[in-house]
Write a protein that binds this ligand. Structure first.
Ligand code: DSN
Length: 443
């Protein structure tokens, strides 16, 4: 867990903000208190360190630096060149690759640039559909990826008697690639709790003459720490966000080992997709990469995985079903209908929030319910692990989740009572494990 840095002077910047704009400062302070006093189980969220946040709020926001180090369209970029080069070098060291573009504002924009670098409008790419664990930018019809390109989807095994039930069906990947001859095969997911076999994906991509893109947004921290196999050398392009398990600022990153692809990616990102880079965020990415290069980051990721396993086991004991039978990474999908047919993700998310446990509703494979209702919850452990929760706390959280959901099924008055009791206990536990940025956010 990152230790609060007494030299980061976070209080001073909040004091400045409070004096200049108390209205904004008040809302931010309340959000700080919310984060401080609730249990964050959203698998894609984390608590960035004070140093990452300090770097994100600096004079680097004042500058246009369109272009890349050494080739800018504006004068005065000397320090921006140094910083972007440092961020690139740290990203390359962290992920063991030759080229890194640290400018994407987000994971979706990283994917957009990767697609533009490898495909023409109308070209096909193969991916997992959103409802089975993919991502908006993996071909959802309203997203750029489904509007300008032609997504074809492979599937999960869906056969309860199959040992690989609810895991990637590599035969389906192969069949879709043989039939459609896509330009790109995309792997990497937003709601997939199992290990991704990048070598197998590359084998299938090679057979189909496709390029392999791995979107490791969710598992980037695990990969960086060597706690999930690396997509290199298998993937031609790797995209990621920097704020999930990697615990940096909100942003994106694109990497490759191929010099020509690197040139195409750089062109596609700027001027293809973006204008000026967010240099303050690139500074914060450099800090986060530096943190992830430290030995304690590996211990953190090991604990993230251990915590996820314990939470999954605890929920199983309470009668819930974890899709695919468990988890290998930082997240799990909880099938609530195993506990009660009428239980929905929408209700569960709302009821748990009343108790200070923050989750997101999520479809389970083959979910008959629509995305705004769902039969499942997606839970992840990066954020709780950052605040120092270990196995014992995970067991308690599993029990609290069941207590609240059981109460919710009994009706409003029972939920009211139990949610209040659990909320108080959650507050107490959170107070024993203050966030690394506590001093920054509190009024
Ligand atoms: N929206 C993110 C998630 O929650 O997984 C993916 O970008």
């Amino acid at each position: 867990m990152p230790t609060p840095n007494p030299d980061a002077a976070p209080d001073a910047s909040m004091d400045t903000l409070r004096a200049a704009d108390p209205e904004v400062a008040e809302i931010i302070a309340r959000e700080g208190e919310r984060q401080e006093s609730t249990i964050e189980l959203i698998a894609s969220e984390n608590h960035a360190s004070p140093a990452v946040m300090a770097a994100a709020g600096t004079v680097m926001t004042n500058k246009y630096a369109e272009g890349y180090p050494g080739r800018r369209y504006y004068g005065g970029c000397v320090h921006h060149d140094s910083l972007e080069q440092l961020a690139r070098d740290r990203a390359k060291e962290l992920f063991g690759c030759r080229f890194a573009n640290v400018q994407p504002h987000s994971g979706a924009q990283a994917n957009m640039a990767a697609f533009m670098a490898t495909m023409k409008p109308g070209d096909s790419f193969a991916s997992l559909i959103l409802k089975d664990g993919g991502h908006l930018s993996h071909g959802m019809k309203l997203n750029f990826s489904g509007t300008f390109f032609n997504p074809v989807h492979y599937a999960l095994h869906y056969d309860k008697s199959h040992p690989e039930h609810e895991r990637i069906d590599h035969d389906s990947v192969r069949a879709v690639c043989r039939e459609h001859k896509p330009k790109v095969l995309l792997c990497g997911y937003s709601a997939y709790p199992r290990v991704i076999d990048f070598a197998k994906f590359r084998e299938i991509a090679d057979e189909a003459g496709a390029l392999l893109i791995a979107d490791i947004a969710h598992i980037a921290g695990l990969v960086a720490a060597g706690e999930h196999a690396s997509p290199f050398p298998h993937a031609h392009i790797v995209t990621t966000t920097t704020h999930k398990s990697l615990r940096g600022p909100r942003g994106g990153l694109i990497m490759t080992n191929d010099e020509d692809l690197n040139k195409a990616i750089n062109r596609a990102l700027f001027p293809g997709v973006q204008g000026g880079p967010l240099m303050h965020i690139i500074s914060a990415k450099a800090v986060a990469f530096g943190e992830a290069l430290r030995p304690d980051f590996k211990l953190y990721q090991q604990q993230v995985i251990a915590n996820a396993k314990v939470l999954a086991a605890s929920l199983t004991e309470h009668g819930y079903r974890i899709t695919s039978g468990g988890t290998d990474n930082h997240l799990m999908l909880v099938d609530l209908t195993a506990r009660d047919d009428n239980l929905t993700g929408k209700d569960a998310e709302a009821w748990l929030e009343r108790a200070g446990i923050i989750t997101n509703k999520n479809g389970v494979p083959d979910d008959p319910r629509p995305p705004m209702t769902t039969s499942g919850l997606r839970l992840g452990t990066p954020a709780t692990t950052t605040r120092g929760f270990k196995e014992a706390e995970m067991k308690r959280i599993g029990a609290w989740i069941d207590q609240v959901l059981s109460a919710g099924m009994k009706g409003e008055s029972e939920l009211d009572k139990v949610a209040d009791t659990v909320r108080a206990e959650v507050r107490e536990l959170c107070a024993q494990h203050p966030l690394p940025h506590a001093t920054r956010c509190h009024a």
